[in-house]
Ligand binder design. Sequence first.
Ligand SMILES: *Cc1c(COP(=O)(O)O)cnc(C)c1O
Length: 466
Amino acid sequence: MTEKLNARILLQPEEVPKVWVNILPDLPVPMTPLINPLDGKPAPPELAFAIFPKECVLQDVSQEPTIAIPKDLREIYATSYRPTPLHRAYGLEKEIGLEGDKIKIFYKNESVSPTGSHKPNTALAQAYYAKKEGVEELITETGAGQWGSGLAYGCNLFKIRCIVYMVRASFLQKPGRKILMKAYNAEVHPSPSNLTEAGNSFYKTNPLHPGSLGIAISEAVEHSLRSNTARYSLGSVVNFVLLHQTLIGQETKMQLAKVNETPDILIGCMGGGSNFGGLILPFVRDKLNGILPDLEIIGVEPKACPSVSKGEYRWDYGDSAKKAPILKMHTLGHTFIPSPIHAGGLRYHGIAPIISILCNNKIMYPAMHHQTEILEAGITFTKSEGILPAPECAHAIKEAIDQALKAKENNEKKVIVFNFSGHGFFDISAYEEYMAGDLTDYELPTEEILKALKSTDMPVIDETQF
Ligand SMILES: *Cc1c(COP(=O)(O)O)cnc(C)c1O
């Protein structure tokens, strides 16, 4: 009993990290630039400044190993929900038949933020800089609504207008997060809409078009470029978002140190790669510096949208209408329309360029699971630890369970740490279908991926020009 009083490892508000960890100077190859979709050349700073808050653009290319978190912003993190707890998953360990202390599972609980996921870590930072720079509106897209509600929360706190283009399929099927966004004063439009050129090209042929994240991004970028006091806000993929998320890994490291542990395996789910990056990047620095040379790092994706496992590493548009910057990343092609699996947050065609570079250099590797498998793992977790995970997050749980059972079989000692990226209280319908036995698994056929990647509108970028 006394030992188990250690199940929740807490930090004090004053222990919120003072910096973000910038991995760019540590990478084994230089970071690739953002490319202007209009001319195929590296985006000049003025273009990026017209799209994103200026400070975020500067952070995106900074080579400083750490970037100081402004004092006021750090105070907001500390008064709202940070540091978040690290839990030893005693309940889950018991549930899956682990005994003793040979294999330990820990999870970092980002579900305690006001909107229930890690998204406010960057939403608060972006809203903070926008406010400071005199920006009056932040425009964004959202799939299932986790990011939209995160940003709406941040904007409301800083009294900035928030406009969200929400993929229509989710807007209609999952009204919960739409209502939460409205409660935070956000304006929410189903996408494709008739409010933008990009949206209208789909809307006019089908006013009930289900939409995609790629289309919604195009709408949000177009909308933000209309006004000098509006900026676009992105919830994943780009360097500065992963930077903001490194609060997760830094706190985890302090918490593990409190119980004298170092991780053998780190696990996170990957949509655009931000919660995964946030957990791992502070540890990646240790791995590259020889402090944790044997650390294994696993990013988990759905079999229905395996951007890293099966995509190609190449230049691609960030969105469907080719308005957003071009990135070099693992991609299934910007025309890819994912199957309607429940882990909406993992249905993006690409991945963060930082994650692609780590993967190419074997610093981490990807894993994939089916949606029925991950929801089963989600239920196992709910039974044993009490929190219903978001389907996205259940991918990490499934992998953590598999790794623990593999270690048990091989009679190995392991400390396994995963990021609990968010709760699933708005995703009840996924579990309802799973329990009713109504869910099907989708696996993206290789031929289909190859076909999408052959699409003639994929950009060819001359890398000798930079
Ligand atoms: C958005 C989201 C994800 C996926 O996005 P990343 O940028 O890859 O982190 C994962 N889990 C939850 C709970 C989310 O809301």
